[in-house]
Design a protein around this ligand. Sequence first.
Ligand code: ZN
Length: 271
Amino acid sequence: MPELPEVETTRRGIAPHVEDREIVEVIVRQRRFRVPVPSDVEESLIGSRFGELTRRAKYLLLPVGERTLLWHLGMSGSLRLARVGDQPRKHDHVDVVFDDGAILRYHDPRRFGFVDWLAGDVDTDTRLARLGPEPLSSAFDGDRLYQLSRGRRAAVKPFIMDNAVVVGVGNIYATEALFLAGIDPRRAAGRVSRERYARLAEAIKEVLAAAITQGGTTLRDFVSGTGEPGYFAQRLNVYGRAGQPCRRCGAELRQIVLGQRASVFCPICQR
Ligand code: ZN
């Protein structure tokens, strides 16, 4: 599933090629997604230009005139650049064609993604309005985690994966950040000290920033239009390493299920 770093890398990869270019054609080969492609997308885009692309959580925002398109990659979606004449492959569902021959091409085998108009603005659209802060912004820090967690008995791992607390902390990043901060994922969120939350917030920023940096090395893939996006080859300390030795202390890493998600941790380093 594309996580926040992949979505941010997508934004950086496509922005220079699609911003402020005249849209000359829109080809929708499949309209049935989690939300159907709005019937007026073709008519609204042709002859217009996208303004500055931004991102909120895992949503890409593409302003066009007075409105904004909201694009979500779902479980298996990707946005890539192609050129006029590049034949669409299976599952290439939407093409936005620009006057210089570039194509913004949406590929999504499982069709859990969608493209839709933003309802109002980012503060009023129900999909975005209740989201917590961006993890790499100054609005997110250990104090926020500490304040929101007081009295909460739920485990700390699902707590930091809650989009109302902070957006974009998927399973990989939560697992890795808890290891770096030395916090047992099962610990009650309300029983983590302010100091340890400060360390955890820093660890979350660190793992996400590292993934985005890694993604930067793949930016040229957006222009070539070939290849599938994958997870960045980040060195993982615990995620996917159950049963293997902890890189720090050598103890065997354990796997449990928390909030229906697999969680790997070191029983010695994480308390
Ligand atoms: Zn360890």
